[in-house]
Design a protein around this ligand. Structure first.
Ligand code: PGA
Length: 255
């Protein structure tokens, strides 16, 4: 059975002490999770060690990172390798977030190499896909997202793909307050699952968690998570406030 997951992407926010306070507040109010209902927290790199220590005492809450380099080591000043992340207890790495694609020129081919680095270091990938507004307006979002999946992930074996979580994040919904409707989310999630089924078979597709991201908040999470193919969320802005993030986690648990 596929997992339900709510993942926090803090992006470039919160100083070290603020991050500690947020995780502490989450610890004090976290509802009971389970093997099949997990939370991931992806703080900035500088917070990983501290957050790892804090999360060690919270069941079913895992440490995530927001990116990694596509090589395993070497002369890449300022970069962080997947192996380094694993050595700080990271379990999930977000790969291909639209902000990385847009501001740092990361294309699907580069992302495929990052995916390999994460998997070969025994971590899980959260692979982001999603279309910009002009693609949605042209009604070509299905083929656009399909290409992102094929080029970034479909070199993997079925066994490897099991360690991948997909996050569908329409760019026009990220940080804009304009959420996809539950119908738009469900349609795309069902499409993603069918594309995976065509390549890997229905059993593999049924076991992949597909998260929705883009202005997800406590007030819309329940409706989004009620969709048959929506298995949780990747949360930006609302993950920076303990009460809002807990509200979204509670919606996942009830879904
Ligand atoms: P948002 O960000 O929740 O602030 O829209 C989501 C994301 O970028 O992962």
């Amino acid at each position: 059975m596929r997992k339900k997951i709510v993942a926090a992407n803090w992006k470039m926010n919160l100083k070290l002490a603020e991050g500690a306070e947020l995780v502490n507040d989450l610890y004090n109010t976290m509802p009971a999770l389970s093997n099949n209902c997990n939370v991931v927290i992806a703080p900035p790199y500088t917070h990983l060690l501290q957050t790892a220590t804090q999360l060690a005492v919270i069941d079913h809450v895992y440490l995530g990172a927001q990116n990694c380099h596509h090589e395993s080591s070497g002369a890449y000043t300022g970069e962080i390798s997947a192996g380094m992340l694993r050595s700080t207890e990271v379990d999930y790495v977000i790969i291909g977030h639209s902000e990385r694609r847009q501001y740092f020129g990361e294309d699907n081919e580069l992302l495929a190499r990052k995916v390999n680095q994460v998997l070969s270091n025994s971590m899980n990938v959260i692979y982001c896909c999603g279309e910009p507004l002009e693609i949605r307006d042209a009604h070509t979002q299905n083929i656009y997202v399909e290409q992102q999946l094929k080029k970034g992930l479909f070199h993997l074996s079925a066994e490897q793909l099991i360690d991948v979580v997909i996050a569908y994040e329409p760019i026009w919904a990220i940080g804009t307050g304009r959420t996809a409707t539950s119908t738009q989310a469900q349609d795309m999630h069902a499409h993603i699952r069918s594309v995976i089924a065509d390549q890997y078979g229905a059993d593999v597709a049924a076991n992949i968690s597909i998260l929705y991201g883009g202005s997800c908040k406590p007030s819309n999470a329940a409706e989004l998570f009620a969709c048959a193919d929506v298995d949780g969320g990747l949360i930006g802005g609302a993950s920076l406030k303990a009460d809002e993030f807990i509200g979204i986690i509670s919606a996942m648990i009830k879904s």
